[in-house]
Design a protein around this ligand. Structure first.
Ligand code: AN7
Length: 398
């Protein structure tokens, strides 16, 4: 049904591995010639598991109803940017409130198949929330390493309440990932970061769902941190072409935060790998990552589709978050708004054609990061409990 191959040297490995002896990441290669695809791209019954025939697991999935997220038309954003068709795929409406659930349902199901009792990850927040939730459903122990003080409150709350052991380290995400990889190696915990080749397999269903609902768009625009998602979505669209279900590829367009942009720098210089950023910083803590493990895959996806990589400032991120929430009714966290901030910038500069159909993937829910909201919107006005006081407030008399 599939094999697990090193993306650098091509060596084949068994299921219970993440990296090759040469240091390369492993990737699932579905045997597309042999697989009997048992779904149609007819827009019906869209969920992650509609596409099980293209997912590398056999057993009944550990599922909480992931996928099938809304694809909204964003008419005010179209008007503002002059781009003909813009859709927003709201991944914040997955069970744990982020796109990570797609990868986790597949990753935790694989952990079950392998007979694992405990899973672990490093996280800027959403991966940990999602992993804790699916581990709870599966009855597994969960261990989470977070960069202390740099994870949005809603995400920490989820990881804690779903029963994970949450450890905040005095370092950044890149440190946490390095350490958790060592811990997993030593203790036999199952690692569920996107270096795990089964995680991106779940995430590629974003591509399937978009193709299922509106066909292949001209461009997919999304925030990039560790670069797992952009690589996974590229893989999903590529597989559909290989099977013959679709004919074209979207231009993969990654948006990074200005202060955490190693992939952007590599793209501008035409390189196929990154120089890590030592002290990444951005208000979008989800993508505060300086040494993205999937960088090589992501750059390949961008070059191969004639896509783009762009950077946005914290101010542009917050402006886009406010626009989406207040003008389109779409509530997302700062990192997610980066995709829209990037699209606005590219459109303004004339880097993308007004004739395009663009899908922006917004990756996490507004409720994930309430502290940033209060910081940028302020607290509610407080008045006496009387109609007069309320009317005065409405008419701005006080
Ligand atoms: C909302 O949770 O890396 O480029 O540890 O939470 O695939 O890393 C989160 C990443 C975008 C970037 N948007 O995706 C983690 C973590 C949101 C995110 C990204 C993340 P990748």
């Amino acid at each position: 049904m599939y094999s697990l191959k090193c993306i650098e040297c091509g060596k084949e490995w068994g299921d219970d591995h993440y990296t090759c002896e040469c240091g390369g990441l492993l990737e699932v290669r579905m045997n597309l010639d042999e697989i009997e695809v048992d779904f149609k791209l007819d827009g019906n019954n869209i969920t992650v598991w509609k596409y099980k025939s293209l997912l590398p697991v056999k057993m009944d999935p550990v599922s909480l109803g992931e996928g099938g997220t809304p694809l909204y038309r964003a008419e005010r954003l179209e008007k503002e940017t002059g781009i003909r068709r813009i859709y927003i795929k709201h991944e914040g409406l997955n069970p744990s409130g982020s796109f990570k659930d797609r990868g986790m349902t597949v990753g935790v199901t694989k952990a079950m198949e392998l007979g694992k009792r405990a899973v672990a990850c490093a996280s800027t927040g959403n991966t940990s929330a999602s992993m804790a939730m699916y581990a709870a459903k599966a009855g597994m122990r969960a261990y989470v390493l977070l960069p202390a003080g740099k994870v949005a409150l809603g995400k920490v709350a989820q990881a804690l309440m779903h029963g994970a052991k949450v450890i905040a380290i005095k370092g950044n995400f890149d440190d946490a990932l390095r350490i958790v990889r060592e811990v997993c190696e030593k203790e036999g915990l199952y690692l569920l970061n996107s270096v795990n080749p089964f995680r991106p397999e779940g995430q590629k269903t974003i591509a399937y769902e978009v193709a299922d609902e509106i066909g292949v768009p001209d461009r997919v625009c999304l925030p990039v941190g560790n670069a797992g998602n952009i690589s996974a979505i590229y893989k999903g669209f590529r597989e559909l072409v290989e099977i013959g279900l679709t004919e074209s590829m979207p231009k993969m367009t990654g948006i990074q935060a200005e202060g955490a942009a190693p992939i952007y720098r590599a793209f501008v210089e035409g390189k196929d790998d990154v120089t890590p950023v030592k002290n990444p910083e951005t208000i979008a803590t989800a993508i505060r990552i300086g040494n993205p493990v999937n960088a090589r895959k992501a750059l390949k996806a961008v070059y191969d589709t004639k896509g783009l990589v762009e950077i946005v400032s914290d101010d542009e991120i917050i402006a886009a978050q406010k626009f989406l929430a207040a003008r389109e009714g779409i509530g997302v966290e700062p990192a997610s708004a980066a995709s829209v901030a990037g699209l606005r910038k590219l459109a303004e500069r004339g880097d993308i054609s007004p004739d395009e159909t663009v899908v922006c993937v917004v990756t996490g829910n507004l409720l994930k990061d309430p502290e940033t909201v209060v910081r940028v919107c302020g607290e509610p006005v407080s008045v006496e409990a009387s109609m007069e006081a309320v009317l005065n407030s409405i008419y701005n008399l006080v």
